[in-house]
Design a binder for this molecule. Structure first.
Ligand SMILES: [Zn+2]
Length: 188
């Protein structure tokens, strides 16, 4: 069994699917995120429900996802589980024509007439990433206090102070001031 074969499938066998409505369920797990190089998500568990309607050479999908994924906190850099809640629609077109089907480009997956399977892995991954907030922060506890890693925050604060000090020392003004001091006069 190759590495790819051992991964859970996130595909719909379109070719053998009768016309009409169908429901599919998928479970996204840690292995799923490892498929995507450079993924900001290291772990996670998300339940996926896909309501599909096949009609001619199109298939309309309503996708709902719920779960949580592990991401790094923007404030303290520690990882935490952020909730995922996503509702979206996707049209799969089997006409092989990208221009003439009249759908908004970002919600359409274009496949060739001979294709028999719809692989949803990339769509699911991108939708999970999109559903995460722009700023990822540890949630506050019941008392409204940050649950960030305090030791880490203290260390980061120290590093910031150090970076600021180095920057100030290397600024043209402080160099000028140092040169003036060496020359025996202090600039006003
Ligand atoms: Zn944090």
């Amino acid at each position: 069994m190759s590495k790819i074969d051992s991964l859970p499938p996130y595909g719909i066998a379109y070719g053998s699917l009768p016309q009409g409505r169908h429901t599919f369920r998928f479970e996204v797990n840690d292995g799923f995120f490892r498929r995507f190089e450079g993924s900001e998500i290291s772990e996670g568990h998300v339940s996926v429900r896909v309501d599909a309607e096949k009609a001619g050479s199109f298939m309309a999908l309503a996708v709902g996802m719920e779960g949580s994924v592990k991401v790094a906190c923007d404030r303290c850099l520690d990882e935490f589980f952020a909730p995922v809640a996503f509702e979206g629609t996707l049209t799969v077109s089997f006409t092989g024509e990208a221009e003439q089907d009249g759908f908004a480009e970002d919600e359409v997956m274009h496949l060739q007439p001979g294709d028999t399977e719809v692989d949803l892995a990339q769509y699911l991954y991108e939708s999970i990433c999109l559903s995460l907030p722009m700023q990822r922060l540890h949630p506050n506890d019941e008392q409204g206090r940050s649950t960030c890693n305090k030791d880490m925050l203290a260390k980061l604060h120290e590093l910031q102070q150090e970076a600021r000090r180095v920057k100030e020392e290397n600024s043209p003004w402080s160099k000028l001031a140092a040169a003036a001091q060496r020359a025996g006069s202090t600039p006003k």
